[in-house]
Every structure is written in structure tokens, then in C-alpha cells.
Design a protein around this ligand. Structure first.
Ligand code: XIL
Length: 389
């Protein structure tokens, strides 16, 4: 299915009606729940001792309709244009979309004094056409920085001035239309709780974070502004470093409003550790986004591409276990993160055919909710069960 381009310009000055999935879900709920029918039904169920948790009856409804929080799928414009099965699944099941790569700095500003809006505009048009929330990923990220910007590091004043101009222009252009942003991505070392010595950090010190959030807030005061990182659901030293950084920002009055757990999980990461980390994250009072969920069987190397291929084939049993892991993850999110802080769960790719894991880590793995034939896996059903129970 080709991407549908809307006639309304993304520069439209009027703020759209709430584009967050919550409003979608409220609408969807009001369509399927008829109070008139509910009372006799409840009276009937009241007479049945075991009917306290009725099984899900609405199996054809999309995840977005049954979830109590926004559910998202990361995608690139290229995929949405190319694979109509994926597009149909995306529209049916997701109330939020994140661009996998199309909204990173190297895509938006590949050359000096250049902004390329084509793909970001297309993401917005797609989100609007499907009544989805558009989430912006990622403003400042060492791996997303194009070479010409890295060259500015020799002159910290020029780098800061570029950062301000970039964030102001970009966030300002989509003011009221991008619901939230990963303002800074992966500012901590891969392991442990120290700041990552990126070009941004080396040139501007840790203040680059405060500056980035401040510039983004000035450009769109209503946008939800996230710090996003990986392994903070398993490496408690890293999580504690992130929490110290957040405390530091909050103490300075920096407008941070969300914490993103990327959640590139592995099957053997203990649930207890994940639960502890989610609880500590939620205690910040920030919005909590599981922003890039996938669950692998093998081991990726977090310091670079590559990894350890432990399993060459996947069995029905392994897929069933993965389904339970997806179930428990969504369940923990529901139970540990207070509803008002549930910004949502976003899958980083949602089919084993196109998952980034296989190419980036050169692994054969099965990390997502759809198999290579784009059919729902136990992971899909496990995740769904946690939403509907
Ligand atoms: C990944 C994309 O999925 C790949 O296509 C790309 O080659 C590298 O980046 N953390 C992030 C994401 O914040 O932006 C990364 O996305 C995955 C890890």
C-alpha cells in the first residue's frame, strides 16, 4: 500500500486534537462497550462463581484497542511503502509510531546548513492517516551524529550554537504534532554508571544534556521529553548512573519529563532485575516508555555489532517461552508503572523478517512478535494476554 500523503501541511499552526494513543483507546473503548447491555450481562455473570475474569472475546480487535496504554511499532518510510502486509498490521495494531532511522540527525541534517524534511513529513502523514501518535527519535545521539557535525567539536561555541539551531528548528517545525522526543539517547557508557565520552560530552561537558532539554522545551513546551538508554533494565550500576543524572537535571529545573527503557532484552535477563529497574525508574515520577522492545535468544555484543550465536534454530518450546517472557514484560509494565506514567510500549521492528538484530549483530534470531512469514508468534499472543487480563 503506498503511503498516503495528506493535504494538511505539517506546519499547520493549530495544535491537533490529542494524538496520543490514550484518546484513541478511549474512543475505541466507547465503541465496543455498551452500558445498556452491560448491566444484564454483569448480573448474569454475578451468578457464575468463576466468571470473574472473562476471557477475551474481541479477538479481532487490534492491540491498540485492547491496550490500556499506547502501543507502538518502529518503522521506516521505506518499509511502510514496500510491504503492504506490514503496513496493514501496523495500522491495525499500533497507536504510536517511531521512525527507526528516518528522524535521526544524519537523516535530517546530512550536510551543513541543510534540513531534509521529506521522510519526517512522510512519517507524520502516515501517523495522521492512521490516527497514531508520532514519537521523535532521537535528537542528540552520538551514533546518529553526521560527520560534519562531529567536526564542529573543535569549537564548543559553534557546536552549542548548532545544537540550539537544530533542536529549535526541528522541534519547532513539528510543534504540537510530534507528541514526545528522545531528546538525548545513550549518554551513559555501555556498562556501568559513567557518562559516555562522546563528542558531545567531550566538547560541552555534561551540560549538553541540560541544554538539549532546555532547547527542546522552548521549541515545544507541551512535548514529552525523554532520556532514553539501553541495558538499564539489567545493569543496575548503569541504571543508578542514569537515575543520578536525572536527579541532577531535576535539581537544576531542567524540563525532562520521560525516561525511556529501550528494552532490547535477552531471554535470560531475570524478571526480578527488570522489575526492580522499572520500579526505580517509575519512582522518578517521569513518563516511562519501553521504547525499543525486542527479545533475543542469542547474545548480542552491546559494545559493537556482532554477538554469540547460541541457537541456530528455534523450536516451538523456545517460542512458547518467549511468549511468556513478552507476557511477563507487559504485565510488569502494567503492574509496576503507575497508569498515569505509562507512556506506552514500542516494538523495535515487529517482524523477524525485518528485525534489525539479524543485520546489525550478524545473528540469526527471532526477536519480535511476527515470524518471518509475518504471522503472529506466541510472543504476540503472550503480549496481548497481558493487556487483556
Ligand atoms: C538501530 C536501527 O534499528 C538500525 O537500522 C541502525 O542500523 C542502527 O540503529 N538503540 C537506538 C536505535 O536508540 O536508534 C537503534 O536503531 C537501536 C539501538
Amino acid at each position: 500500500m503506498p503511503l498516503i500523503f495528506l493535504s494538511r501541511s505539517p506546519l499547520s499552526p493549530t495544535r491537533l486534537p490529542a494524538k496520543d494513543g490514550r484518546s484513541d483507546l478511549r474512543r475505541a473503548a466507547s465503541q465496543v462497550f455498551y452500558p445498556v447491555l452491560a448491566l444484564p450481562l454483569l448480573l448474569f455473570l454475578g451468578g457464575c462463581a468463576d466468571a470473574v475474569t472473562a476471557p477475551e472475546t474481541n479477538e479481532s480487535a487490534g492491540l491498540r484497542e485492547v491496550a490500556p496504554f499506547p502501543v507502538g511499532g518502529a518503522a521506516n518510510v521505506r518499509f511502510l511503502n514496500r510491504d503492504s502486509t506490514l503496513t496493514a498490521f501496523h495500522g491495525q495494531h499500533f497507536s504510536s509510531i517511531t521512525a527507526t532511522n528516518d528522524m535521526k540527525m544524519y537523516a535530517i541534517s546530512p550536510e551543513p546548513d541543510t534540513f531534509v524534511w521529506e521522510h519526517a513529513d512522510a512519517m507524520l502523514a502516515y501517523a495522521d492517516a492512521n490516527d497514531q501518535r508520532l514519537f521523535g527519535h532521537a535528537l542528540i545521539w552520538h551514533s546518529g551524529t553526521p560527520p560534519w557535525v562531529s567536526e564542529l567539536a573543535a569549537d564548543p561555541v559553534a557546536l552549542d550554537s548548532f545544537m540550539q539551531h537544530y533542536i529549535t528548528t526541528y522541534v519547532g517545525r513539528y510543534r504540537g504534532q510530534v507528541d514526545g522526543w528522545d531528546v538525548v539517547n545513550e549518554a551513559m557508557e555501555t556498562v556501568g554508571g559513567a557518562y559516555r565520552e562522546t563528542m558531545w560530552y567531550n566538547a560541552l561537558g555534561k551540560d549538553y544534556l541540560a541544554k538539549a532539554f532546555t532547547y527542546a522545551h522552548a521549541a515545544d513546551p507541551d512535548a514529552v521529553l525523554f532520556y532514553n538508554d539501553f541495558n538499564i533494565e539489567r545493569d543496575t550500576a548503569k541504571l543508578h548512573g542514569v537515575l543520578r543524572m536525572i536527579e541532577d537535571l531535576q535539581a537544576q529545573g531542567v524540563p525532562i519529563s520521560g525516561l525511556g527503557f529501550q528494552m532490547h532484552l535477552r531471554m535470560d535477563i531475570p524478571d526480578e532485575t527488570i522489575a526492580y529497574c522499572l520500579k526505580r525508574g517509575a519512582e522518578t515520577g517521569l513518563q516511562i516508555h519501553l521504547s525499543e522492545v525486542d527479545i533475543i535468544f542469542n547474545k548480542h555484543d552491546d559494545t559493537q555489532g556482532g554477538g554469540v550465536q547460541l541457537y541456530d534454530e528455534v523450536t516451538e518450546e523456545m517460542l512458547a517461552e518467549q511468549g511468556e517472557k513478552y507476557y511477563r514484560l507487559a504485565k510488569m509494565y502494567r503492574e509496576i508503572v503507575p497508569p498515569a506514567q505509562q507512556y506506552g510500549i514500542t516494538f523495535w521492528g515487529f517482524s523477524d523478517r525485518y528485525s534489525w538484530i539479524n543485520g546489525f549483530f550478524k545473528l540469526k534470531d527471532w526477536p519480535t512478535i511476527l515470524d518471518r512469514d509475518l504471522q503472529p508468534k506466541p510472543a504476540y499472543y503472550g503480549f496481548r494476554r497481558a493487556l487483556t487480563e
